[in-house]
Design a protein around this ligand. Structure first.
Ligand code: T5A
Ligand code: NA
Length: 223
């Protein structure tokens, strides 16, 4: 038996950091020490390059930044597996799904015939990473997210791009529910993130609690 790997995904300002931290506190209150993680992890050497790019302090080729986001996850891949096997649940704020959704959304406005980075290309660098046992997708309309604090400060926080990102997240979610040939099928649950913090937190808790209590029988799967 091992601990579960839970990922919280969503559009910018959907409340991922708010919800991962509420979940972490609730687990603590239940006497469960979970590990909180976040991608991008801006503290590593690769993370600092990502941070500078996101703040528009530096420019990078679209392929390069995509691979850096993935490399930033690979930096922590074996640590993730070790923690889970040692019995520590992981609550993770964004993961490979953000990587695919944001990069594959580049250059798809109606003016361009095809995306700059094909979807399948975007998926490949993350193949083999530890797979989460549950993905909670915090869904919110970009026009509502925009009304929340801090929106628009970083590179990708533009309504049109966010709408395309939402479409790719939805595609990822439905592929995960439908694909049978892939060895892993993380459970993908869409949560309405347009509601009050506490209401969202209660739904998140109801989905996470059984995994944490029952734990996981299978070894850590791979994306
Ligand atoms: N990215 C990321 C890639 O392109 N590739 C990748 O591989 C990865 C991992 C930075 C960018 O990087 C891209 C995606 C992003 O564009 P980030 O560091 O996770 O990613 O971004 P942050 O700026 O830290 O976080 P977000 O903008 O995504 O915000 P959150 O975490 O979703 O939202 P949160 O909790 O900070 O809340 C935002 C505001 O809303 C309020 C909060 O108080 C806060 O002011 N709020 C609510 N208001 C009303 N009702 C609620 N229910 C609310 N919940 C929160
Ligand atoms: Na965040």
């Amino acid at each position: 038996m091992r601990a579960p790997f839970i990922v919280i995904e969503g559009l910018d300002r959907s409340g991922k950091t708010t919800q991962t931290s509420l979940l972490h506190t609730r687990l603590e209150a239940e006497g469960i020490q979970a590990k909180l993680m976040k991608f991008p992890d801006r503290t590593t050497v690769i993370g600092q390059m990502i941070d500078s790019y996101l703040r528009s302090d530096s420019e990078l080729d679209d392929h390069v930044i995509h691979l850096l986001f993935s490399a930033n996850r690979w930096e922590l891949a074996s640590y993730i597996t070790q923690l889970l096997e040692a019995g520590t649940p992981i609550i993770c704020d964004r993961y490979a799904f953000s990587g695919i959704a944001f990069s594959a959304s580049k250059g798809i406005p109606s003016s361009t015939p095809s995306p700059k980075l094909p979807y399948e290309w975007c998926r490949s660098p993350d193949i083999g990473l530890p797979a989460p046992d549950l993905v909670l997708f915090l869904d919110i309309a970009p026009e509502r997210a925009k009304l929340r604090g801090g929106y628009g400060e970083e590179r990708y926080e533009k309504e049109e791009l966010q709408a395309r990102v939402r479409g790719i997240f939805q595609r990822l979610g439905s592929e995960m529910q439908n694909e049978t040939q892939r060895p892993v099928r993380p459970n993908w649950v869409t949560v309405d993130a347009g509601r009050e913090r506490k209401v969202v937190a209660n739904e998140v808790w109801s989905l996470v609690e059984p995994l944490v209590i029952n734990r996981i029988d299978d070894p850590v799967a791979k994306l």
